[in-house]
Design a protein around this ligand. Structure first.
Ligand code: RIB
Length: 301
């Protein structure tokens, strides 16, 4: 049986410009290519998990505009259940202008629009679906009280929860405590208000013995911090084209592998492979890999 995953989160239309180097403040530079694509951390994670073989339900909000069509198109193409996606009469679908330079680094502005109008009723409507799932994933592109509420509902229904604390923000202890797994990158770890070396900073986020932080470190891999256990799981050597969405591919990979019963180190290796393949292609949701690609990369090691 496939892993059952519910993602409560954002959809954005990504407006991505590729250029040699980022403009400095006040400067204009020439872009080489422009692509409109499906994005948003929540939706990217839902699409990535579906491509990795999971049965995925997405909870979120769109506007009633042309960008919403892009969301339905990719969810339908990838088999993501969108029965619990509402459309808002008053606010536009989220958008994200993105700049990507020749090294694949990105800068993103999110204008979250309808994502910020996700309501408790949107999550309640999916309660039966949540109850039958293995894992719930949330990120920080919907309102914080909705992130917390989704985690509370998932815990009440006995699910494993993953909080991808992105984009970077400080979070209340109450919200952090509801996450079984936290997947910050280093910037997000710093924003959570904990200083020092990665392992100590990550450990200070954990308030339960059975909580785990997995800090993504780009090409250096991912650092596991769980109770007394720490381990660095190395990344894969790939040619980087566009790093946008790598964190989403990682979180989705972790969720799918854990839901399928993999041990923690194996799940993080699977997540690393998912993220590594994502950065070899331009785009966000559309650059997340399919299961056979991840399996091939893992088998080639
Ligand atoms: O993680 C990448 C995503 O961040 C992009 O798709 C963009 O929409 C922003 O949400």
């Amino acid at each position: 049986m496939p892993a059952k995953i519910v993602v409560a989160g954002s959809f954005n239309t990504d407006l991505t410009s590729y250029m040699q180097r980022m403009p400095r403040p006040g400067e204009t530079v020439h872009g080489e290519r422009f692509v409109t694509g499906a994005g948003g951390k929540g939706s990217n994670q839902a699409v990535a998990a579906a491509r990795l073989g999971a049965d995925v339900t997405f909870i979120g909000r769109l506007g009633k505009d042309v960008f919403a069509e892009l969301a339905y198109e990719i969810w339908d193409a990838e088999g993501v259940n969108r029965d619990y996606v509402a459309q808002d009469d008053e606010v536009a679908t989220g958008v994200a202008p993105i700049l990507v330079d020749s090294s694949g680094e990105n800068s993103i502005v999110v204008v979250l629009g309808a994502n910020l109008r996700v309501q408790p009723a949107d999550i309640d409507a999916a309660r039966d679906k949540i109850a039958e799932a293995d894992i719930l994933i949330v990120q920080l592109e919907i309102n914080l009280d909705m992130v917390t509420y989704a985690l509370q509902v998932a815990k009440a229904e006995g699910l494993t929860t993953i909080l991808n604390p992105a984009p970077a923000a400080a979070l209340p202890a109450e919200t952090l405590a509801l996450a079984d797994y936290l997947t910050p990158n280093q910037t997000e770890l710093e924003a959570l208000g904990v200083g020092g070396a990665v392992v100590e900073a990550a450990r200070s986020l954990l308030t339960r013995d059975d909580q785990t932080a997995v800090v993504t470190l780009g090409s250096a891999g991912a650092q596991i911090v769980s109770g007394a256990e720490t381990a660095l799981v190395r990344s894969f050597d790939v040619d980087v084209v566009d790093t946008t969405g790598a964190g989403d591919a990682f979180t989705a990979g972790l969720a799918v592998a854990l839901a399928e019963g993999a041990g923690l180190a194996a799940a993080v290796r699977f997540a690393n492979a998912s993220a590594a393949l994502c950065v070899t292609k331009p785009g966000t949701a559309r650059s997340t890999p399919y299961r056979h690609e991840v399996d091939a990369l893992l088998a080639a090691e």
